[in-house]
Design a protein. Structure first.
Lengths: 232, 232
DNA sequence: GGAAAAGTGGAACGGCCTACCCGTTTTCAT
DNA sequence: ATGAAAACGGGTAGGCCGTTCCACTTTTCC
């Protein structure tokens, strides 16, 4: 709610302060290109590739986004909004357990849909202020989701917020490996994890069937992750 | 059982056919260096780094191991032996369920102990014949482990061999992220997965406590995976 | 003990990436 | 319309990575 309250109205999305028209246009093209590449290949894509894909010079990219983290911050701002919003939606659900499972599934689906975002959720970027603020916000919301679901009796008492991070890291691993060859594999993982989180009597939806043996084999072959430079 | 039945006896370990003494010595140093680096930083370490660590020239490394996969094949041969042997041990256990859980824990522990091996288990290297032979062997054994455990009534009927691969990929993700900051996080994941695999009445050991919030946060900061080039 | 064979490491090369600088083009306000 | 400021993109330098070639050293074997 406290994001862009500029007096300039006609910006539907995020836009930078006093940027010249052509500069703003390039900014948008860069963001679109980066979004595309990050989604498909993870956060490790080289800056030169992003510039090439956006049809701008490397210098322009560097001028607009000084570091990779800055670019990540801008690219994933709206996804992090959706992430934070998902906690609110979960809390609005009258059924605490359904709110909990829905949140887990939503978030893991976001990871599956965007390899870059999968990494963003499993890592932390201290210099990306907007992102980290949203993450903290979501964390607070998730604590409440947990408390409600535990009070409702369907979530085990030993479940902690740290377990979500572990799940996100695990799911990032599965998504990175299977995105192309077995794009539904993550559902299997999540279904099983929910079984593990639930108290004994809890009714659970049937498990997604596992990917075929050949699909899994192809996934084992294709894992080609460029992966983030440990850069600045 | 059908491995090195050479007439040359005095080789205790793996050694190459007619290699000059000093060449063989270098070979061993290369393997040791690669083992060390792969274990700590994953399979993405540069060949130049391996050569430097081994104290040999890059040319020597390339001459001995033409490709990264060849090096991986040699380095992880004994680990894959242990992997295959673990299935035999599991099958020797009179309690099928204990055999199953012990196998899962052993394998995931191997992943946690060696980041390179974690990747090896979650990927496939068609050109690394020795490795893949062992993997196939282990796969056969695992099918039997599953059948026995399901017949015993403690393993759910919907568990499949593909679920092991998914678990290995998930665990590889957790290990890559937490190896330094929260080295026990994988135990939490595995404990929860076993809960998910077990039929309702099955007695299960208590869950490993989750890593502390600060440890998890440090893990989210430090994920710096070089990661394999999508090699030859 | 000496020559041939086997092995070695460094230099050179091409490819890819990042960071920086600089001459040119575009925009915007007057 | 026009000039200054802003933005542009390409070129260059520096760093790794992996591969190949070549003059030199070590081992082996007779």
């Amino acid at each position: 709610m406290s994001r862009s309250a500029d007096p300039d109205p006609p910006d539907d999305q995020q836009s930078e302060a006093g940027l010249r028209a052509d500069a703003e246009r390039n900014r948008v093209r860069i963001l679109a290109a980066a979004r595309r590449l990050f989604a498909g290949q993870g956060l490790g894509v080289s800056m030169a590739c992003v510039a090439r894909e956006a049809g701008v010079g490397k210098a322009t990219l560097s001028r607009r986004f000084a570091s990779r983290e800055e670019l990540i911050n801008a690219v994933f701002a709206d996804r992090m909004d959706a992430y934070a919003a998902a906690t609110a939606r979960a809390l609005a659900d009258p059924d605490p357990w359904r709110g909990f499972t829905g949140f887990i599934e939503t978030v893991c689906a976001m990871q599956a849909a965007d390899r870059g975002f999968a990494d963003v959720l499993a890592r932390s970027f201290p210099s990306a202020k907007a992102l980290e603020a949203r993450r903290a916000e979501a964390y607070e919301g998730f604590l409440e989701i947990i408390a409600r679901a535990q009070a409702g009796g369907h979530l085990r008492d030993d479940f902690t917020a740290e377990d979500l991070v572990i799940l996100l890291m695990a799911n990032a691993g599965v998504v990175a490996a299977t995105a192309e060859a077995a794009p539904d594999a993550w559902r299997r993982l999540v279904g099983q994890m929910l079984r593990a989180y639930a108290t004994p009597g809890t009714p659970l939806p049937p498990l997604t069937p596992p990917p075929s043996g050949t699909a899994v084999y192809r996934a084992m072959l294709r894992i080609s992750r460029p992966a983030p430079g440990s850069g600045t």
